[in-house]
Design a protein around this ligand. Sequence first.
Ligand code: PBG
Length: 335
Amino acid sequence: MTDRFPTASFPATRMRRNRRTDWLRRLVRETQLTADDLIWPIFVVDGENQRLPVESMPGVDRLSCDLIGDAVSEARDLGIPMVAIFPYTEDTLKTPDAREAYNPENLVCNAVRAIKMAVPDIGVMCDVALDPFNSDGHDGLVRDGIILNDETLEVLCKQALVQAEAGCDVIAPSDMMDGRIGAIRTALDGAGMTDTAIMSYAAKYASGFYDPFRDAVGSGGALKGDKKTYQMDPGNTDEAMRETALDIAEGADMVMVKPGLPYLDVLYRVKQAFGMPTFAYNVSGEYAMLRGAGEAGRLDYPNVLMETLSAFKRAGADGVLTYGAVDAAKILKDR
Ligand code: PBG
């Protein structure tokens, strides 16, 4: 510690000397956020010319497939490397077997094709989990109130395959079933899709910060009970290390910690220990807090957004999923 941080005492050392001007602060800054670090999650909805505001997430709309091309093309022009697709699913399509999840013509697959057609040079990531399609609102199949692990894996594999076939570049399992990364990697490889990458939601906590998202995809009303038997307990970090180690061993190309700000310690530890491409998900509730406080005149949203995103970089993230990706990229461009 002392080797690394030799410090002569005041007045020879004056820490404020390096903070004197903007150019000097920029010169000595240790971490930089750029548009390359951003992944933009988008909500899609069926129909034409639909732009439906998500009430719990001011500034966020659900877009129909004919409108996403323009939105994604703006993101690409701002330098954002990847978008993540989340579907708002009609209640009539939700069943206990979640079969809409692996319908090759489902909303997610249609959105992937629309994006790939309109903007071929941006990455597309898709969530693998059954909650948007399951009448119980759970990420896995449910029998007698129990979330079934191994039976769910088969459905997740079918879901990942239709997404990959539609052109999805990065499959992102968010369901927290045991063994899903290995099962999905085997399924993709078996279908010849050896180039399709996997970003695992490796350490995903049972969090209260997902509520606005569940409103956005329309799964909140359906959810019976909570997700504590598969998502992680907020008290644990060693368990996050084991989860991440397993996902890497099963073939994850990139790992993620979720939520973001309340779990910066986990993010830091995961990056330090594994040195994997590591991402943070700055989730819906975190976005809603900043944006909501901004709209109420309590905080300066652009300012706290950039400060928040810098925190992820400082903690070791290679990138951040954030609903503020386009806002942040515009701020970075105007600097
Ligand atoms: C689905 C999923 C969730 C999120 C991403 N994928 C919700 C959940 O697990 O209940 C949350 C994203 C957010 O809150 O922004 N498994």
